[in-house]
Design a protein around this ligand. Structure first.
Ligand code: IPM
Ligand code: MG
Length: 359
């Protein structure tokens, strides 16, 4: 099995949180004899500046040859005015599509130590552990036709197409059911089947997939209601499965239940177990280079990578428990800082996790 890991640090806070994740990976690589080999590549704004495109062919080539990709974040105001076809985000969408990373896992777990950092009442979120499975390579993000055209009356019109084939729904459905089997055995499929045909089919196919999983309970919910239920009573959920756009929105919402989007990792998997691992937060250009970024989501993404693509679950567990220890010690970056805890910067946080792993 390949032990090659491609590290893409990207833009904004990307490079600084990547340094911390690498520190932690170096420690577990030695401690657990993992034999990991690291390489780096460019994507997003940094790639545009260096090569003119957000996903250089060399990056894609290296990605294809890797067991996993650890990616931080991309984009920023510097590239906001650039031609739509080569925006930094295109690099991310292209690599997801090129590697067929259809299954995006976004867990929202509330660390007991951070219950006060959530904007919701502690009793609503205490013990929260939900998993959003977002379809990542289809739906309205990729559907054709799309564009901005000029109508006969001279007015411009923007348009996109939402579409899902049966097989696209089946494979993400199976992924969600397989994961639910290993946890709370409940899948809630989110759609807008009262309005959109695309999601009428989505719902039908989910029902069909469910037949193969009699031990897992399937329910359905409209996306507007799901957005409300996530803040009203989030603990009713176990695994949520949904399309690309709804998943984008609901996963940001779910992230905030946990206090900070700076705590949430994600995995994007294809059917051969290859994956790209990235924090759910973006490049946060407003705080880039100031040591304010929380590196924990990036470090947790590295743990997910070890678990799902490198089959090194012992090392993944060790990282997660080291993070628990550091939170127990009261160390907090600004995004999770509350009264009575100790404010630390990005590298102090990363160093503390690495230190907890060394003992
Ligand atoms: C995410 C991000 C991306 C998305 C952007 C950066 C293209 O918001 O991973 O959730 O919309 O998928
Ligand atoms: Mg998003």
């Amino acid at each position: 099995m390949s032990k090659k890991i491609l590290v893409i640090s990207g833009d904004g806070i990307g490079p600084e949180i990547t340094v911390e994740a690498r520190k932690v990976l170096d420690v577990v690589n030695a401690r657990f004899n993992l034999g990991l080999e690291f390489d780096t590549a460019l994507m997003g704004g940094a790639a545009i500046d260096a090569t003119g495109v957000p996903l250089p062919p060399e990056t894609l080539e290296k990605a294809r040859a890797s067991a996993a990709i650890l990616f931080a974040a991309l984009g920023g105001p510097k590239w906001d005015k650039i031609d739509r076809a080569i925006r930094p985000e295109k690099g991310l969408l292209q690599i997801r599509s090129a590697l067929d990373l259809f299954g995006n896992l976004r867990p929202a777990i509330l660390y007991p130590q951070l219950a006060d950092a959530s904007s919701l009442k502690p009793e609503i979120v205490a013990g929260l552990d939900i998993l959003i499975v977002r379809e990542l390579t289809g739906g309205i993000y990729f559907g054709e036709p799309r564009g901005i055209r000029v109508l006969e009356n001279g007015e411009r019109e923007g348009f996109n197409t939402d579409k899902y084939s049966e097989s696209e729904v089946q494979r993400v459905g199976r992924l969600a059911f397989d994961l639910a089997r290993k946890r709370g055995k409940k899948v809630c499929s989110i759609d807008k089947a009262n309005v959109m045909e695309c999601t009428v089919l989505w719902r039908e196919v989910m029902e069909e997939v469910a037949k193969d999983y009699p031990d897992v309970e399937l329910t359905h919910m409209y996306v507007d209601n799901a957005a409300m239920q996530l803040v009203r009573a989030p603990k009713q959920f176990d695994v949520l499965v949904t399309g690309n756009l709804f998943g984008d929105i609901l996963s940001d919402e779910a992230a905030m239940l946990t206090g900070s989007i700076g705590m949430l990792p994600s995995a994007s998997l294809n059917s051969s177990g290859q994956g790209m691992y990235e924090p759910c937060h973006g490049s946060a250009p407003d705080i880039a280079g100031q040591g304010k970024a929380n590196p924990l989501a990036m470090i947790l993404s590295a743990a997910m990578m070890l678990r799902y693509s490198l089959h090194a679950s012992e090392a993944a567990d060790a990282i997660e428990s080291a993070i628990g220890k550091v939170l127990d010690q009261g160390l907090r970056t600004p995004d999770i800082h509350t009264a009575g805890t100790t404010l630390v910067n990005t590298s102090q946080m990363g160093e503390a996790v690495a230190k907890a792993l060394r003992v």
